[in-house]
Unconditional design. Structure first.
Length: 737
């Protein structure tokens, strides 16, 4: 590792959220660029940097530092630069000069050891003095922490995260328990904590290490979508991770429970362990659901049949018996589930319920959905504003440095609505559904609308399917495809696929199959369809209206390579377009992109008025409107009319979205969907995956590939059943009331 000295001459770029900074330094050898994470840099600050020289393809030679230490300012010029930098509250250039005039080069000594003497300087009162002393103390504490952690190979970026949570106690907390940060600090995982523990000489059999390894093993629930693990699989997985005997892991299981990091319960007659937050969320969800569902509205003085007839007359439609039953249940029941495939009238039912409750019952009804795209579609089909669940619950993040998500709306500050209608409910996992139910007052009606046959939520849990299987709330299954969809083979074929039947393909309809035998041929066919054939046959914007949905990320017909190929067709380089390369990825104005991580801090503004807010979420789709090399920002215009600006170092939160995975497509509908039909592991390439992809298409579904791959997916019903305890919890609470 190389150490270089330098004085900051210019702050070229800075991200205040994560302290990533690009600086121009000067030393005896001249000017150089430094890149790394640093807290509160200021022009004139002298630093010793530790890192390596690197060469950036565009920006040339840079010094990439992962550690730094401040060199105390000594000369009056250095002290003046420090004091007037704004790093100390209440001191600007005029006051800084007055301080130096009063105390000369001893001003920092006076500030640290005789701070009351500063009161003699004009412009410094008692309140300002307290702020100055506090800031100086924090700076010294941070410097001490950075210096102390450097010897354990902890980078400045991680040290800053730790300091934001633990402050001056950072080192003592970690020395006492190197694994404490796993649960306290976002972005610190077992591997990093274990590295630190090894530097301290912690034996691999130490109980604290074993307990941390068990907690890490339980985190496998999040990847699998489960809410628990059976004891034997947790022991085996944790022992392998820790490289210790299974008996040692088993001996520490009870301690992990006592530490409040896990919960033990019997599921299906076997011992199971839950991550504590998932156990609590599942338990509270069951309790709240039972309470809501038991609040029946049997005294409703309303002629529902007459209101339905009025709605039918107004809309020029006739509801079938299942649809009428759904409307009636929404009026009289505390909780009702309405499920069905495409074309079965779920949107019509939402409109009917909304019309009846707001007009005839004078109720306050709120519409919500788990994603921005689903909420926007709900707004368009109802004419009423729909918000994402996160916005409805007024999401926020903790300011203690951990940045964990929280909601302002909960049992202590509930929503004031009489009824909440939720669309795309199959996408909602255990944690989010529990947060939603926590914000509902007793007596609030809850209407869950969704397609239970689609893929389950990305978040752990299988809530909609579990609620249906529990038989604890009324479930209305819409199974009739209505006249507006009868001409569409998409709806009919989706139903056949869902029933395990191979539908006949008529390439003169809106469901088309194009035979190709290799992935390279499939990719070429898709590019030809997007580039000329579809756009030439329909009056469409191919970037906006065509969505490629692929099962896999890798391979010639996978998402990654398809995005490169489609970008070259739909949005090639041009002198009129700005672009920016990050590694092998080139972002260009006009590109279709997707947010791939929840960012609760990201600020956005609306294209429709003065609305502003924070938060962009995993799965949000938009187009790059601008790339500004001066401000080092990428501007994205999302499909729900929000505009967000990404600093260049946040580029990894975006990916091209000309092609996306089936999982990323959930909750969305697109006019034209193209899907490659390729072979692969049948437990993954299954009926549910295909059904989910097909039900994303509104005007046309085009499959490209091998017909036998299509048949194999339909016949494969091997999708792994998630392990959840929600049904058992619901039954337990029902037995109590």
């Amino acid at each position: 590792m190389t150490r270089v000295n330098g004085t900051i001459e210019k702050i070229i770029f800075r991200n205040e959220d994560n302290d990533y900074t690009v600086l121009a330094f000067e030393n005896d050898d001249g000017m150089f660029t430094g890149v790394g994470h640093i807290k509160s840099p200021y022009i004139g600050e002298a630093l010793t940097l530790s890192g390596e020289w690197t060469h950036h393809r565009r920006f040339g030679t840079q010094f990439q530092f992962d550690r730094y230490e401040a060199v105390l300012p000594k000369t009056e010029a250095q002290i003046m630069a420090y004091l007037s930098s704004g790093i100390l509250p209440g001191i600007r250039k005029k006051t800084a000069k007055a301080l130096i005039d009063a105390f000369g080069e001893d001003v920092l000594e006076v500030m640290d050891h005789e701070p009351e003497r500063l009161l003699s300087v004009p412009g410094i009162g008692k309140k300002t003095l307290v702020r100055i002393v506090t800031a100086r103390e924090e700076q010294r504490e941070l410097g001490d922490v950075l210096m102390a952690l450097q010897q354990y190979d902890i980078s400045a970026a991680v040290a800053l995260k730790l300091f934001k949570v633990y402050g001056s106690q950072t080192v003592s907390v970690l020395l006492n328990d190197p694994y404490a940060a796993i649960k306290d600090v976002r972005g610190v995982g077992f591997a990093l904590a274990d590295q630190f523990a090894a530097k301290l000489g912690v034996d691999k059999h130490h109980p604290k290490r074993v307990r941390a390894g068990i907690v890490q093993g339980l985190r496998g629930c999040y990847a699998a979508g489960d809410t628990y693990m059976y004891e034997d699989e947790l022991i085996a997985g944790s022992a392998k991770l820790l490289d210790v005997p299974e008996a040692l892991v088993k001996a520490q299981l009870s301690e992990v429970v006592l530490d409040g990091m896990a919960e033990q319960a019997e599921v299906n007659g076997k011992t199971a362990f839950f991550p504590m937050n998932l156990y609590a969320a599942e338990d509270e969800l069951a309790m709240r659901l039972v309470a809501l569902s038991r609040h029946a509205f049997s005294d409703v003085s309303l002629d529902v049949d007459r209101e339905i007839k009025d709605f039918e007359k107004k809309m020029g439609i006739v509801l079938d018996d299942c649809q009428k039953a759904a409307v009636g249940a929404a009026v009289t029941e505390g909780v009702v589930i309405i499920t069905g495939g495409p074309g079965t009238g779920k949107t019509t039912i939402i409109n009917a319920i909304l019309n009846l409750m707001t007009r005839a019952m004078n109720l306050n009804v709120t519409l919500t959905a788990p994603t921005g795209r689903a909420a926007k579609r709900m707004t368009e089909t109802t004419g009423r504003e729909a918000r994402t669940i996160h916005r409805l619950l007024e999401y926020d993040y903790q300011e203690d440095g951990s940045d964990f998500l929280s909601f302002q709306r909960d049992e202590d500050n509930p929503l004031e609505d009489d009824c909440v209608i939720v669309d795309e409910a199959s996408m909602i996992g255990t944690m989010l559904m529990n947060s939603l139910l926590a914000a509902l007052r007793p007596g609030t009606r809850l209407v869950l609308v969704g397609d239970a046959d689609q893929l389950p939520s990305v978040e752990p849990g299988n809530v909609l399917a579990d609620l249906i299987d529990s038989e604890s709330v009324p479930v209305i299954r819409l199974d009739t495809i209505h006249r507006q969809s009868k001409k569409s083979m998409i709806s009919l074929n989706a139903r056949s696929i869902n029933h395990g039947e191979v539908p006949p393909i008529d390439n003169h309809s809106d469901f088309v199959f194009i035979r190709q035998s290799t992935q390279s041929a499939i990719a070429r066919e898709i590019c030809a369809l997007i580039g000329t054939r579809l756009a030439g046959s329909f009056d469409i914007d191919p970037v906006r209206d065509i969505q490629v949905i692929a099962p896999f990320k890798k391979g010639e017909a996978g998402v990654n390579e398809l995005n490169v190929s489609i970008q070259a067709v739909l949005n090639p380089p041009s002198d009129r377009k700005r672009e920016k390369q990050f590694g092998s990825v080139v972002f260009r104005t006009g590109d279709k992109v997707m947010q791939i991580a929840n960012n609760y801090k990201m600020e956005w503004e609306s294209t429709k008025g003065d609305e502003r807010g924070k938060g962009v979420f995993n799965g949000d789709i938009g187009r790059i409107a601008d790339i500004d090399d001066t401000e080092k920002q990428i501007t994205v215009h999302f499909t729900d009319d929000r505009i967000a600006r990404y600093d260049f170092d946040q580029h990894d939160e975006l990916m091209h979205a000309f092609a996306i995975t089936v999982h990323k497509s959930q909750g969305s509908e697109f006019p034209f969907v193209i899907m490659p039909m390729i072979f692969g592991f049948p437990d993954f390439l299954n009926r549910k995956l295909l059904y989910t992809a097909v039900t994303r298409a509104k005007r046309m579904m085009i499959l490209v590939g091998e017909p036998s791959a299509f048949v194999n997916m339909i016949h494969s019903n091997k999708s792994a059943k998630r392990k959840t305890g929600l049904i058992e919890r619901i039954k337990a609470y029902e037995a109590m009331v």
